[in-house]
Write a protein that binds this ligand. Structure first.
Ligand code: MEV
Length: 438
């Protein structure tokens, strides 16, 4: 346990770095230089980033790319994407262009309800608790009025609070299940503040409720927290065209393409092993935009995958039909996003990304993000059912390998040209670099 340290968080940033370097690194000079190389020279900007989290030592870059030409409900967008995986932005751009020429994406926000719960135990009957809850419900709402007044002025707030009996699954376990409209905010802070107030009001009122016996008066609050499962905060995005209009440079037989594409989606609908990878491809697009716009991609991931299993089996988030010669492909997903609050007004590149999207409302952003997921899935399934993905992937991977070997611009251009007509494999690239350098 010699590497144990007490009070690490109290050290200054240089002290933290020195402790780390001296404890875990072999080449201390080189590691120190690396950590500092990633600091921003603008001290104010660096401080801003330092203060996003605790114990910051440096910055961890991800590329911010752009996929242009997204036609969504007849408006054109250039979509910012923060992602490290080569080929994701290229695939999104290709899919955007493909559908731009076929009427673009149509989207619709189905619902915007968020959820939060107070989990508590009560040692008594449900009927008695329900009678108490009916009396206390208006007080719960009244006690949060300081928290909710601004949100209410803008048209949001608490939608409802229900008492839920969960005692069949867990002894004495009940919930306040509350629903919220948080407008352009993701709403986590708002919801959690309301819930914590509900919890203390519930406890206070129970302890003063004359009908309860001593044990019943002692409601035990286990926790109060929003849910990242938001099945009623749903958005739909769709593309469609005549099957024959799918014909393009790399789709010579549109009916064969459409049929195989639909079969691939049907497989993801019934086969969880495939569904997970299918949905992972969707999340390539979704997470990249969620991250670029300063939203919480872990929350989105958790909620989306729970939704993908809502019928008891993990399944595809996208669906496809071919009816009367029309190819239709769509996604329906829950997305709790914000365009105000959180990182949105703090991180300069988040502000930049939101401005690129013409400062969308949360509802608009839900639609753009859903489109990014659908486009990504279209590109992936199109490649998988035609050429396979390795051809495209390895082309993008070529650049990574070239960078690994610190290829010069001249070497890069020569080798990119060479691999236009040769198969990219790691060993083939290494061989080609060697040959060129000889
Ligand atoms: C890779 O990041 C994503 C894909 O595997 C998605 C899919 O298989 O549909 C290509």
């Amino acid at each position: 346990m010699s590497n144990m340290i007490a009070g690490f968080s109290k050290l200054s940033k240089p002290e933290k770095i020195e402790w780390l370097l001296n404890t875990y690194f072999l080449d201390i000079e080189a590691s120190r230089a690396l950590v500092k190389q990633y600091w921003n020279t603008d001290e104010k900007l660096q401080k801003l980033h330092d203060e996003f989290i605790e114990n910051t030592i440096t910055n961890y870059y991800l590329p911010l790319g752009v996929a242009p030409n997204f036609l969504i409900n007849n408006s054109l967008y250039a979509v910012p994407m923060a992602i490290e995986e080569s080929s994701v932005v290229a695939a999104a751009s290709k899919a955007a262009k493909f559908w731009l020429e076929r009427g673009g994406f149509k989207t619709e926000v189905i619902s915007t309800e968020k959820i939060g719960q107070v989990h508590f135990t009560f040692n008594g009957s449900y009927n008695k608790l329900q009678a108490f809850f009916d009396i206390v419900k208006p007080i719960l709402i009244e006690d949060t009025s300081d928290i909710t007044k601004n949100m209410e002025r803008r048209g949001g707030g608490i939608l409802d609070i229900e008492l839920r009996d969960k005692t069949e699954q867990l002894k004495n376990y009940f919930q306040l299940h509350a629903t919220f409209e948080t407008l352009d905010a993701m709403g986590a802070n708002f919801i959690n503040s309301c819930l914590e107030q509900f919890a203390s009001t519930l406890k206070r009122e129970a302890s003063n409720y004359p009908v309860f016996n001593e044990e019943e008066k002692n409601i035990d609050i286990i926790m109060s927290i929003l849910s990242n499962y938001v099945p009623n905060c749903l958005v739909k995005a769709e593309v469609s065209c005549k099957v024959e209009d799918l014909k393009s440079k790399d789709i010579s037989d549109p009916l064969l393409f459409a049929t195989k594409f639909k079969q691939a989606v049907n497989i993801a609908e019934i086969e969880p092993y495939r569904a997970v990878t299918h949905n992972k491809g969707i999340m390539n697009g979704i997470d990249a935009v969620v991250l670029a716009t300063g939203n919480d991609f872990r929350a989105v991931e958790a909620g989306v995958h729970a939704y993908a299993s809502r019928n008891g089996t993990y399944s595809s988030l996208t669906h496809c039909t071919i009816d009367d010669g029309i190819f239709k492909f769509w996604i329906e997903i829950p997305l709790a996003l914000g365009t105000v609050g959180g990182l949105t007004s703090l991180h300069p590149l988040v502000k930049f990304s939101l401005e690129m999207l013409q400062n969308p409302t949360a509802k608009k952003l839900m639609q753009i993000v859903a489109v990014a997921g659908l486009a990504q899935n279209f590109a992936a399934v199109k490649s998988l059912t035609t050429t396979g993905i390795q051809q495209g992937h390895m082309k993008m991977h070529l650049m990574n390998i070239l960078n690994q070997f610190e290829a010069t611009d001249y070497e890069k251009s020569k080798l990119i040209e060479y691999f236009k007509s040769n198969v990219v494999t790691h060993s083939a690239v290494v061989e080609a670099i060697k040959n060129l350098r000889n």
